[in-house]
Design a protein around this ligand. Structure first.
Ligand code: MTE
Ligand code: MO
Length: 405
């Protein structure tokens, strides 16, 4: 098992959670966001929603950890609360030996040390990362992959250099170049799916970007996250950040950047992270790329108990791909009526937009809340799940069931 500082921090959180649970047995706790006193854990089932002081574990070895979305309270997700999605164990990188290799269809292939990269003009970009499998637990029938709830998403301020500046330093793409392949240091064999959906032996995590996307100034090679050195779990020493695209494009632990003269068909954009696009009525498997417009309700949480007759602040976040959120609507009656929510703060680069809605006078009984966002390109969050998206890009309106008493 690797003992990176990040996994130690997480282990401490787990300890803290265990401590809190045993503390709950002795002292009544107030459950965050509900105003309800939790019953001490006795012999019967625990009725109160749990308190999450840290990340929720969805998979061990490698750690895949989810942000407890009902605790959302800031536009920037603190690094210790940022979800972690890793396919293989965190590579142990020694900075002395580490180089970024830039090769393929460039005029002057080169290698760069981290110091050389950090000496280039830097750029800070606020960007959201959402795993394309976020909200998968709400899809029926149960799809393949990590069963994320709401929190495989976060927004951070990333600092680094433009990928395009690094490509320029290598003399720029040669005529005929069409894509940039980005490869991580991490590798392994994936065998959880039946043949032939397994990796051909050991593979590195790798994804490609079309040249035009790779040359956008805000696509950066980041060495800092929220003002601090990238942590091992989030890609130390260097990762790419691809704003507006699902998280799988933001390759961690950079090893090589390969400019290619044909589209890359690697495992992580064919066997996984691919969906059916319909052209001329023909479903054609294409890589998952741009984020869909989406909003999620952070509070109330699923199955939260709410006081009747008292105004309740419904709160959440909304985001989209290469566009901007223009509005969010909320329904407190399972989608029959919708009312405008208030967008909070200002639109921040490629981050999410927090929003709120005051639910006046909640009436007793079972209630179903929903939110739906729209963006500047006129896209609206769909009501129904599109099965062509397979096990990814889960953006349809998700009901939050609460009990008002
Ligand atoms: N090298 C490498 N990069 C990777 C991954 C990985 O497993 N290996 N996972 C990807 C996926 S699927 C997501 S959603 C994001 C998650 O980034 P985070 O762990 O910093 O939140 O990293 C992406 N980059
Ligand atoms: Mo992901």
């Amino acid at each position: 098992m690797d003992t990176t500082p990040q996994s130690e921090a997480v282990d401490k959180d787990v300890d803290r959670r265990t401590l809190l649970c045993s503390a709950a047995a002795a002292t009544p706790l107030v459950v965050a966001g509900t105003g309800l006193a939790a019953q001490p854990a006795g012999n019967g089932p625990v009725k109160q929603p749990p308190v999450f002081p840290g990340l929720i574990s969805r998979q061990r070895e490698p750690d895949n950890l989810e942000f407890p979305f009902p605790t959302l309270n800031s536009a920037i997700t603190p690094t210790h609360s940022f979800f972690i999605r890793s396919h293989f164990r965190v590579p142990d990188i020694q900075l002395g030996q580490w180089r970024l290799h830039v090769l393929g269809e460039v005029k002057n292939p080169l290698q760069l040390t981290l110091q050389e990269i950090q000496n280039m003009p830097s750029r800070t970009v606020t960007a959201l990362l959402e795993c394309s499998g976020n909200s998968r637990v709400f899809v029926q029938p149960k799809p393949a992959g990590v069963l994320w709830e709401q929190g495989a998403v976060g927004t951070a301020a990333w600092t680094g250099v433009s990928l395009s500046a690094v490509l320029q330093r290598a003399g720029g793409p040669r005529p005929g170049a069409v894509e940039v392949i980005i490869e991580g240091e991490d590798s392994g064999e994936l065998k959880e799916f039946p043949n032939p959906y397994q990796t051909p032996g050991e593979v590195h995590f790798a994804r490609s970007l079309p040249l035009a996307k790779a040359q956008q100034q805000d696509v950066i090679l980041a060495y800092r996250m929220n003002g601090e050195t990238l942590t091992p779990a989030h890609g130390y020493p260097l990762r790419v950040i691809v704003p507006g695209w699902y998280g799988m494009a933001s390759v961690k632990w950079l090893k090589r950047i390969i400019v290619a003269d044909r589209p890359f068909q690697g495992y992580f954009q064919t066997m996984e992270y691919a969906y059916f696009e319909r052209r001329f009525g023909l479903p054609s498997l294409v890589p998952v790329t741009e984020l869909q417009v989406k909003s999620l309700i952070a509070r109330p949480a699923q199955e939260e108990v709410i006081q009747a007759g008292k105004p309740f602040r419904v709160f959440g976040a909304a985001w989209t791909g290469e566009s901007a959120i223009t509005g969010v609507e909320v329904s407190t009656d399972a989608g029959q009526n919708w009312a405008a929510a208030t967008l909070l703060g200002k639109a921040t680069g490629h981050g999410w937009r927090l929003w709120e809605y005051t639910w006046n006078n909640p009436g007793q009984g079972r209630r179903i809340l929903m939110s739906r966002a729209r963006d500047q390109r006129g896209r609206t969050q769909p009501t129904q799940r599109d099965p062509d998206r397979r096990n990814a890009m889960i953006s349809h309106v998700l009901p939050v069931k609460v009990f008002v008493r």
